[in-house]
Structure formats: structure tokens, C-alpha cells
Ligand binder design. Structure first.
Ligand SMILES: C[S@@+](CC[C@H](N)C(=O)[O-])C[C@H]1O[C@@H](n2cnc3c(N)ncnc32)[C@H](O)[C@@H]1O
Length: 224
């Protein structure tokens, strides 16, 4: 496969334009990830973007905002067990783990080739406490052993009411679900019903690629 290299210098420049400063340690793995993503994307369908720069500003930037949100606005237990359901090409998980390495983080992906891509990136750029589960989220959660999480993140996995329904029995007390959305949760016709069981514990808004985006941290109202 034709290689596709990304310059750490360009990457830092893009990050600054997006309002972030990446550490020296973050630049090589993130540049390497973007290079592999562009390379693999030529032969299999991983993401809709074609260049590293477009991928950064359209997709990776969400992980950087998510890292900031988790650090500054979200309360979660020490050493959280985190799940990233329907990780696809590693978004938000892989860039997130390059800048935020709390606890254990499971990227759960049903499609074999996508899971192979995730494992390949991790083999080349190991990230602490970061794992891939190849299979369906339902099987991952059911076990054995049955699993529970402290923090669940999900982007474009399934419509958010379905995510909440899917995970409601697998969240530890004080557990948090973080949704990455392109709509305001409170304006959704589904929110009124969801609000009977879920509370917005934190929210964060930003613009990327000319679209307004939203991060919501939800906690269960009571034991669900
Ligand atoms: C639209 S993609 C989004 C990928 C990534 N989260 C992103 O934002 O770019 C949805 C991903 O979820 C995976 N998926 C769908 N249903 C799943 C399930 N039940 N368990 C695990 N993965 C699933 C698909 O294979 C696909 O890679």
C-alpha cells in the first residue's frame, strides 16, 4: 500500500488553528495514526474524508474537544472503566487516548476489518490501558463476565436514544454517558422522555468544519 505520511509540524499547525497545542509526545502517534488512516482508507471504507488535513478538522478535532471536556467538565470515578461503542476507525477513541489516558478504555467494533485496523494502530503506537473488542457491543456487555462501565462514549454508533437504552443496565453507580452530537439534545423530540431517566451533568459546544457540535455528559436520575 502506498504510504501516507503526515508531518508533525503540519499537525501542530492544524491543532493550533483548532485551538489546541499538542505535546511533543502526542505528535508522532497522532501523525502516524492519520497516515495509516489515509493509507487504509484507500482500500477499505473507514472514513468519508480523503486527506489528513480534512480528517483532522472534520473528525479528529472532536476527540480533542472531548479530551478537554473530560478533563475540565466531567466528573467520573478514579481509574474509570471506559467504553467506546462502535469505534469504527478509532473515533473518538484513538486520538482521545493520545491526549487523555485515564483508566481502561475499550474500543468496541463489530466489523472485523475495522477492528483489525484499530489493533494495527495500537500495535504500532501502544496506548496505556487501551484495548480493542472485535464484536458487537451487545456481546461485549453481556460477557461472560457481564461488564459494567464508569464512562461510555459514543459517536455516530446509533441514534442516541438507542445508546441510552442499550447501556442503561451496564452503568456503574455515578457512571456517565458522553454523547457527541450535532444537534442540541434538549431540542430533540426524544429528550422529554429520556429526561425522566437521565440528567445532563455537563455540556460543551463548539464549531468544527462549519458545523455546530455538542458534547453531553449524562448520568442516570436513579437506578435504572
Ligand atoms: C457510523 S460508524 C461511526 C464510527 C465512529 N464512532 C466515528 O464516529 O467515526 C458506526 C460504527 O459502529 C459499528 N457498529 C454498528 N453496530 C454495532 C454494534 N452493535 N456493536 C459494535 N459496533 C457496531 C459499525 O461497524 C461502524 O464501524
Amino acid at each position: 500500500m502506498r504510504s501516507s505520511s503526515v508531518s508533525p509540524y503540519d499537525l501542530q499547525d492544524w491543532a493550533k488553528r483548532a485551538g489546541f497545542e499538542l505535546t511533543e509526545e502526542t505528535l508522532p502517534p497522532l501523525a502516524g495514526y492519520l497516515g495509516l488512516l489515509i493509507q487504509w482508507n484507500r482500500v477499505m471504507n473507514l472514513v468519508g474524508t480523503r486527506t489528513a488535513e480534512d480528517t483532522f478538522f472534520t473528525l479528529v478535532v472532536d476527540s480533542l474537544h472531548l479530551g478537554r471536556f473530560l478533563r475540565e467538565d466531567v466528573e467520573y470515578s478514579a481509574a474509570p472503566c471506559c467504553w467506546d461503542l462502535g469505534s469504527g476507525a478509532g473515533l473518538p477513541g484513538l486520538p482521545l487516548r493520545m491526549i487523555w489516558q485515564e483508566g481502561d478504555y475499550w474500543m468496541v467494533e463489530a466489523r472485523e476489518k475495522r477492528a483489525l485496523f484499530l489493533s494495527t494502530v495500537l500495535a504500532k503506537y501502544p496506548l496505556p490501558g487501551t484495548h480493542v473488542f472485535r464484536g458487537r457491543a451487545e456481546a461485549f456487555m453481556a460477557g461472560p463476565p457481564a461488564r459494567t462501565a464508569d464512562l461510555i462514549v459514543s459517536r455516530a454508533f446509533m441514534p442516541w436514544p438507542g445508546v441510552l437504552e442499550l447501556v442503561k443496565g451496564n452503568l456503574n453507580p455515578n457512571g456517565v454517558v458522553v454523547l457527541l452530537l450535532r444537534e442540541r439534545l434538549q431540542e430533540s423530540p426524544d429528550w422529554e422522555q429520556a429526561a425522566q431517566n437521565w440528567r445532563i451533568a455537563g455540556q460543551y459546544t463548539y464549531t468544527a468544519s462549519r458545523t455546530q457540535r455538542y458534547l453531553y455528559a449524562l448520568t442516570a436520575q436513579d437506578a435504572l
